[in-house]
Design a protein around this ligand. Structure first.
Ligand SMILES: Cc1cc2nc3c(=O)[nH]c(=O)nc-3n(C[C@H](O)[C@H](O)[C@H](O)COP(=O)(O)O)c2cc1C
Length: 338
């Protein structure tokens, strides 16, 4: 299972993929992620209309460094011809894979039929995918939710449509649009998409937070790869953990010194990429992801949130007595999540 993952012309090194995360999977996040060698890392979703009108902010979301291959971009929109133009731009930027977003639940995205709004119009998903696959040579994937709501589950139908339209893989998030992020993901929908698939590969997504849940996803759904989303936040090494587990190796012990080192490396990537004010905001947000996985760090968290400059955040991390803290047990982390 640890083997390479072939997506048409793109040979991904393995089957543990890191999802697009709007507002999170920026360049510093991805540079941390790539250290642990996931099969691919996706950039945050970009809107097709913003790409074709050359919006500089949108292009910045697609920044990447040469060492980050294989790298994926995700486009969001509902117009086939415009999607094809946006896909050509993405291909020209050197991306290895392009994904089409049919899962974003946010009202301002769905109101024009984009994101999970596409689930209401499966034929249009086919039209967009056909237009995109005809326009470019890199592999095309699509990411969906199980359906708009419990009464309109249509992931199997969309799997068949995506296959006919030439998509190489479909990532199925086992929640409905109506569900948002509430409640557990229902992996039965991923399993039924896999049964409906003939050639198209099925990627399981939803509630993979550690190696154990990833292995369960593979065995329960028979999926071809897993897509880790929130599980990557504050533990960029999750791919390494999953891959070790898939090959029967013991888990790596993650210590508080590893946490400290990762925080410093991530913060360093942030200050190299962002101006001071934005960097400080990002450090607070990213710091929370890591520190909620630790016990005995409440004061440090509060001090980081009150820090007036990025250099004082580095001082706080350096001066903190890490030896008096420990990694949170799974149950403590789960409690802090809910
Ligand atoms: C903060 C945040 C941002 C997200 N951004 C995107 C996105 O840009 N594109 C996308 O397809 N899904 C996005 N998602 C959905 C996730 O990729 C994933 O499908 C969902 O979180 C379920 O997986 P999980 O339970 O492993 O987190 C986002 C989710 C979160 C929490």
């Amino acid at each position: 299972m640890k083997d390479r993952f072939s997506l048409g012309a793109a040979q991904l090194p393995n089957k543990v993929l890191y999802a697009p995360l709007a507002g999170c999977s920026d360049l510093p996040f991805r540079s941390m992620s790539c250290r642990y060698r996931p099969g691919i890392v996706y950039c945050e979703m970009v809107k097709i209309d913003a790409l074709v009108r050359n919006d500089p902010h949108t292009y910045r979301l697609l920044d990447y460094e040469p060492g980050m291959h294989p790298i994926g971009a995700q486009i969001c929109g509902s117009k086939p011809r415009m999607a094809a133009s946006a896909a050509r731009i993405v291909e020209d930027l050197g991306f290895d894979v392009i994904d089409f977003n049919c899962g974003c639940p946010v009202d301002k995205v769905t109101k024009d039929g984009s994101g999970s709004g596409m689930l209401k119009n499966p034929e249009l998903i086919g039209e967009v995918l056909s237009a995109v696959t005809a326009a470019i040579t890199i592999p095309v994937t699509v990411k969906i939710r199980a359906g708009w709501d419990e009464k309109s589950i249509n992931c199997e139908e969309i799997t068949r449509i995506a296959e006919r339209a030439g998509a190489k893989a479909i990532a199925v998030h086992g929640r409905t649009r109506e569900q948002g992020y509430k409640g557990p993901a229902n992996w039965d929908y991923i399993r039924s998409s896999k049964k409906a698939a003939n050639k198209i590969l099925v990627i399981g997504n939803g509630d993979i937070f550690d190696a154990e849940s990833a292995l369960r996803m593979f065995s329960y759904t028979n999926c071809d790869a897993v897509l880790v989303s929130r599980g990557t936040m504050g533990q960029p090494w999750i791919a390494e953990d999953i891959l070790r587990s898939l090959s029967g190796q013991e888990p790596m012990e993650r210590t508080m010194q590893d946490m400290k080192r990762a925080l410093l490396e991530h913060f360093d990537a942030i200050i190299r990429y962002q101006a001071e004010k934005q960097a400080l905001l990002d450090m607070r947000r990213v710091g929370c992801w890591y520190l909620r996985r630790c016990e005995g760090v409440k004061n440090l968290r509060m001090e980081i949130n009150r820090a007036a400059s990025t250099s004082s955040v580095f001082d706080l991390i350096d001066q903190f007595s890490w030896e008096s803290t420990q990694m949170a047990s799974d149950s403590a982390f789960a409690a802090s999540e809910s």
